[in-house]
Design a protein around this ligand. Structure first.
Ligand SMILES: Nc1ncnc2c1ncn2[C@@H]1O[C@H](COP(=O)(O)OP(=O)(O)OP(=O)(O)O)[C@@H](O)[C@H]1O
Length: 239
């Protein structure tokens, strides 16, 4: 299987704070992968480096066979990277439909735009809320709308930063099913997540980030049993 993403020696510091300390990371095409690590490990910074929101001090990012290290964010998005950050990125005063229109209007128009909107309303189970202002949706529905906005443009790689934060157990389970569905449609998924039950539901492999470096990678069972991982979560590891 080919790698959709290959990161080598990625480094970034803000003054004395090193957020990426020579990250080497690969992601197979079609993977469902989780990135975990204690608070401040550098997970969100890693996403911002992948998306081009931070310029790295060193290292390379190869996406889908091309070096994208020096591309701007919009160019990376155009090549097929889509992201949903933790902070909701929906327009709360606009209706569900209008949010989807805003997300897709640069890529689709006319009947194809309408078809895609209906497909995404089905996918999120939000048909009944088509004209509801997005701010009136439940927390889970807002997150699903944003996932739909991120995937309607048919990305190759979807980055999700804590997609289930603040969700009820039911909403979390449903989100896991939606991600499996997207993965089955061919979208590679990399998610930052704290909820280990959710990690278990979606991830085939897990990478642990600690102090801006890859600490260990393995199956969920290997990660849960890894004594070093337990230590870094307890804050006693000397890495
Ligand atoms: N723009 C910035 N300038 C200075 N320091 C930053 C900047 N962005 C992040 N940091 C610092 O880098 C470290 C890593 O932050 P980051 O948000 O990437 O971690 P995280 O693993 O996503 O944490 P959490 O799980 O709490 O979201 C933190 O100490 C943070 O304060």
């Amino acid at each position: 299987m080919t790698d959709i993403l290959r990161v080598q020696g990625l480094r970034k510091a803000f003054g004395g704070v090193v957020v990426a300390n020579g990250i080497d990371f690969s992601l197979s095409t079609g993977a469902m992968h989780c990135l975990i690590g204690p608070n401040g490990a550098g997970k969100s910074s890693f996403f911002r480096l992948l998306l081009g929101e931070h310029a790295p001090d060193a290292g390379t990012i190869i996406f889908d066979g091309s070096d994208i290290t020096n591309l701007r964010s919009f160019q990376r998005i155009r090549r097929g990277i889509s992201v949903k950050f933790q902070v909701p990125g929906i327009f709360k005063a606009l209706s569900v439909r209008q949010n989807l229109e805003v997300a897709f209007q640069d890529h689709l128009n006319g009947q194809s735009l309408n078809t895609k909107i209906h497909e995404m309303l089905d996918f999120t189970d939000l048909h009944a809320e088509e004209t509801t202002p997005a701010g009136n949706l439940s927390h889970g529905q807002q997150q699903w709308l944003e996932i739909a906005m991120a995937v309607g443009v048919e990305p190759k790689l979807l980055l999700l930063d804590e997609p289930t934060a603040g969700m009820s157990p039911d909403e979390t389970r449903k989100t896991g099913e939606m991600l499996h569905d997207l993965n089955a449609r061919g979208i590679t998924i990399l998610a930052v997540e704290h909820d280990m039950a959710f990690v278990e539901q979606i991830a085939r492999r897990v990478t642990v980030l600690h102090f801006g470096s890859i600490f260990v990678e393995g199956t969920i069972a290997e990660i849960i049993d890894h004594p070093g991982v337990q230590e870094i979560y307890l804050g006693t590891a000397d890495v």
